[in-house]
Design a protein around this ligand. Structure first.
Ligand code: HEC
Length: 130
């Protein structure tokens, strides 16, 4: 009986630790997003800048931000953005979408990419965090 209680305690504690780690990732991702801010907005009221606004990117088809003038390469890439697609893209945008006009070398660090996705994917299409 004593053991059972202890096990339950361990499970609860490790679950709390896991959700804590997730929150941190999004916070770190917000810092990383500073690299994107010159060209991209996200959140409520986000507007297209040099690049399209990135609200609701999880599940959004490439090249579909309203009123943004995409390159044909981006528009016709056939990508539906999700975690895997985004992570591959942001490592080396020009390799994933040859001919893209996104002038960004990419991010190589896996943890930074994970954090960035945790941050960006929080936003739904209205720029509200889920
Ligand atoms: C120098 C400006 C610039 C920077 C910096 C930049 N981007 Fe972009 N991004 C663009 C442009 C321009 C496009 C549109 C590309 C096209 O139409 O070919 C784009 C497109 C995208 C797309 C595809 C959107 C869609 O609707 O299909 C994603 C996702 C994206 N950028 C994410 C990022 C992230 C995340 C960062 C930061 C790590 C970043 N970008 C940094 C300019 C930039």
């Amino acid at each position: 009986m004593k053991n059972l209680t202890l096990n339950a305690l361990i499970i609860v504690t490790s679950m709390a630790a896991a959700s804590g780690a997730l929150a941190q990732d999004a916070a770190a991702g917000k810092t990383s997003f500073n690299k994107c801010l010159a060209c991209h907005a996200i959140g409520e009221g986000a507007k297209n800048k040099v690049g399209p606004e990135l609200n609701g990117i999880d599940g959004r088809k490439s090249g579909t931000a309203p009123d943004y003038n995409y390159s044909d390469a981006n528009k016709n890439s056939g990508i539906t953005w999700n975690e895997a697609q985004f992570k591959e893209y942001i490592k080396d945008p020009k390799a994933k979408i040859p001919g893209t006009k996104m002038a960004f070398a990419g991010i190589k660090n896996e943890k930074e990419i994970n954090d960035l996705w945790a941050f960006i994917s929080q936003y739904d299409k209205d720029g509200k965090t889920k």
